[in-house]
Design a binder for this molecule. Structure first.
Ligand SMILES: [Fe+2]
Ligand SMILES: [Fe+2]
Length: 168
């Protein structure tokens, strides 16, 4: 008998892996900027900066859309008491529009072997990383368990929307 195929990952698996990836890329961001400060011609910085730029430009906003467009609207129907927290979390996604641009500008410079001139780069990186960690922790404490308790059909619909977003 052939071994069974691995079971498909669920919406909860995908969410947890999005948060793990966010923490991983946050740590790589801090390490990359530190490495560049220590050695402006560090050979690994340009490739790391290019990969960080892709993550923060493409993958992270997609995760925010998963939550704003697929998850929150379903959660709030089942748990209207979550509305204020979900609105605050949505504002947390909007805040990325301010927090990300200076970091992305520096990453683009570094990816092109340039030297970012932003004197506040360290502060911008710290503000972004702290925001992401606090935001993710609030989600994990605030609604991850409740999301896992939504009816199977709802979670399945979220899973399909997340996959469709990534297939575009
Ligand atoms: Fe979020
Ligand atoms: Fe999240």
């Amino acid at each position: 008998m052939k071994p069974p195929l691995p079971l498909e990952d669920t919406a909860e698996d995908m969410l947890r892996s999005c948060h793990a990836k966010m923490r991983q890329f946050s740590a790589i961001l801090v390490r990359t900027i530190d490495a560049w400060h220590a050695d402006e011609s560090h050979p690994q910085v340009p490739a790391a900066a290019a990969s960080l730029g892709r993550y923060f430009r493409e993958a992270l906003p997609m995760h925010a859309r998963d939550e704003d467009e697929s998850i929150s609207p379903r959660l709030v129907v089942a748990h209207p008491e979550l509305a204020p927290m979900l609105a605050e979390l949505e504002q947390g996604h909007v805040a990325l529009k301010t927090l990300l641009p200076p970091v992305l500008a520096a990453l683009d410079e570094l990816a092109a072997n340039g030297a970012p001139e932003d004197p506040e780069l360290h502060e911008h990186v710290t503000a972004l990383v702290e925001h992401l960690e606090a935001h993710a922790a609030m989600e994990e404490r605030g609604w991850f368990r409740l999301f896992g308790e939504l009816p199977e059909a709802e979670r399945r619909a979220v899973r399909l929307e997340m996959a469709a977003r990534r297939a575009r």
